[in-house]
Design a protein around this ligand. Structure first.
Ligand code: PRP
Ligand code: MN
Ligand code: MG
Length: 182
């Protein structure tokens, strides 16, 4: 009964689905950044799996840094005001920055982050995200490298959590109602 498999309702994206998309994203990134420096910026904590699996597929030499942010919000609604919990160690002046994310939901986190990083004098700022939800269309966020558009369901796995759990699942899935105490 303590098996995590009991908590899974439906698998939306298998490990193979994710791997295939990561292969494609990595090939495009290698091509697009040929001959240029590249700094991957992962957004803690959700981005750790994408970062690990994407960066290991790149042939391009990269540097890696991390940010932790938290969006102020009333309850479940994000306000778009973001607080930096851990800033980059890297000076972005003249750097090509690729932000790595697991998911774009409202898009508020990334729209804030992109303008924040752009103000630091980088050569370029782009986004790679494995998942995107429909609400992101309303936000001012351009994703250069996207894995999958998914429906507006709460999903976990491949970095995505519910109350900090399930990040380690190698697939993307919805949770059974009993997990929410239903
Ligand atoms: C999640 C996800 C994205 C963000 C997307 O992070 O990993 O970073 O929300 O939401 P938005 O597009 O509506 O802004 P969360 O704040 O849950 O932190 P975590 O990565 O540590 O789970
Ligand atoms: Mn996150
Ligand atoms: Mg989270």
């Amino acid at each position: 009964q303590s098996d995590v498999g009991n908590d899974i309702e439906k698998i939306l994206l298998t490990s193979e689905d994710l791997g295939k998309k990561l292969d494609e994203m990595a090939a495009r990134i290698d091509e697009d950044y040929a001959g240029r420096d590249l700094l991957l910026v992962g957004v803690l904590k959700g981005a750790v799996m994408v970062m690990a699996d994407l960066s290991r597929r790149l042939h391009h030499p990269i540097a890696m840094d991390w940010m932790a942010v938290s969006s102020y919000g009333s309850g479940t609604k994000s306000s778009g005001v973001v607080r930096i919990l851990k800033d980059l160690d890297t000076d972005l002046t003249g750097r090509n920055v690729l932000i790595v994310e697991d998911i774009i939901d409202s898009g508020l986190t990334l729209s804030w982050l992109v303008s924040n990083l752009r103000s630091r004098g980088p050569a370029s700022v782009e986004i790679a995200s494995m998942l995107r939800k429909p609400d992101a269309a309303q936000a001012d966020v351009e994703v250069k490298y996207l894995g999958y558009d998914i429906p507006n369901e709460f999903v976990v796995g491949f970095g995505l959590d519910y109350a900090e759990n399930y990040r380690n699942l190698p697939f993307v899935a919805t949770l059974a109602p009993h997990v929410y105490g239903g």
